[in-house]
Design a protein around this ligand. Structure first.
Ligand SMILES: [Zn+2]
Length: 335
């Protein structure tokens, strides 16, 4: 009698439900293979608070025993199968920040998972100042701004590349025009532009870090720094005045607000991490920032002609530390 009853159930499940023949973890998908199953019958619901998907195939039977641990992944925290006797259910708990979608054809039900905050959703431009025929500022007749800033920029790239798309306007000792640098950023639709420089002054007494943002108005001091950095263009046959500000007034204000916040944090982070003087932030009309359509900062790491700063600027361990101090701020703001 019992045997006949089981046989009857089996007939029912084949007739009205289906048989689940396989369930596979395919990385960002879980695929459930079924013998013919009526699409209108499955039920899928999601409990947002508990991040729990409940998937039910009424009047179906599972012909395979599953190992729940084999379904754990970066998307799935836990996986459980429940057999009701007259149906099969799956409880799938998602990890944080995972979204899902489903698709169904008569032979296969597929749950697809997506990272809601995929890594590398932001693009950061690292712009090591000067390069090639343009050495930038020179300190103690042997230290070149172009080399110091390239070294720090490479460390910064290495710090950020795991979490961001990082594009460098140059990664070797080559000359790149002031106009081309922001264009690289605009072509990539980058989210942030970080130009890295080292300062110099007529006196060797000045020391410390300062960070600039693009502003149409500037103080006489900031204007002098911008004039030096912008002079690269004119000196090497490019009219830096021709680099136009492509952002509209509203974008200019918004980008400036973001840039000011980042500038302040970067300046504080470098100076505290490196035990250097925090010379604060300044707005000025830098051609390289003016041409970029987004928030940007220009960091003057320290003074290349100051005996205390130069020790930090040329030492690889300190260059790396400077990069880490900048990366910390970028990560905290964008990641
Ligand atoms: Zn410079």
């Amino acid at each position: 009698m019992k045997r006949i009853f089981i046989f009857f159930l089996l007939i029912c499940s084949l007739a009205f439900g289906g048989n689940i023949t396989n369930v596979q973890n395919k990385g960002d998908k879980i695929a459930i293979s079924l013998t013919s199953f009526d699409k209108s019958q499955y039920q899928l619901s999601y409990d947002t608070y508990n991040r729990l998907i409940f998937l039910e195939f009424p009047q179906s039977a599972m012909s395979k025993k599953l190992n729940p641990n084999s379904f754990k992944s970066k998307y799935v925290e836990s996986f459980e199968t429940v057999n009701y006797g007259n149906g099969t259910g799956f409880f799938i708990k998602l990890n944080k920040n995972i979204s899902y979608s489903s698709s169904f054809n008569s032979k296969e039900f597929v749950l697809s998972f997506n990272d809601k905050n995929p890594k590398k959703q932001y693009t950061i431009i690292i712009d090591p100042g000067h390069g090639g025929k343009d050495p930038g500022a020179t300190g103690f007749k042997k230290y070149y701004e172009k080399s110091v800033v390239l070294a720090v920029s490479k460390y910064l790239r290495d710090e950020l590349k795991g979490d961001f798309n990082v594009i460098m306007t140059r990664d070797k000792d080559v000359f790149v025009t002031l106009g081309e640098r922001p264009r690289i950023g605009n072509r990539a639709k980058a989210d942030m532009f970080i130009s890295i420089h080292a300062n110099s002054a007529v006196t060797n007494k000045l020391s410390g870090t300062e960070v600039f943002y693009f502003s149409k108005k500037s103080s006489p001091y900031a204007e002098r720094i911008a004039a030096f950095e912008n002079s690269v263009g004119d000196k090497y046959g490019e009219k830096s005045n021709n680099i136009v500000q492509i952002m509209g007034e509203l974008a200019y204000k918004k980008n400036q607000e973001i840039s000011i916040g980042l500038a302040r944090k970067i300046s504080a982070s470098i100076s505290s991490g490196m035990a250097m003087k925090d010379r604060g932030i300044h707005g000025a009309n830098f051609a390289v920032l003016r041409g970029f359509n987004g928030p940007g900062v220009l960091i003057e790491l320290g003074f290349i002609n100051n005996s205390s700063d130069i020790k930090k600027l040329v030492n690889p361990a300190n260059q790396k530390k400077m990069a880490q101090q900048i990366a910390k701020v970028v990560r905290a703001n964008y990641y």
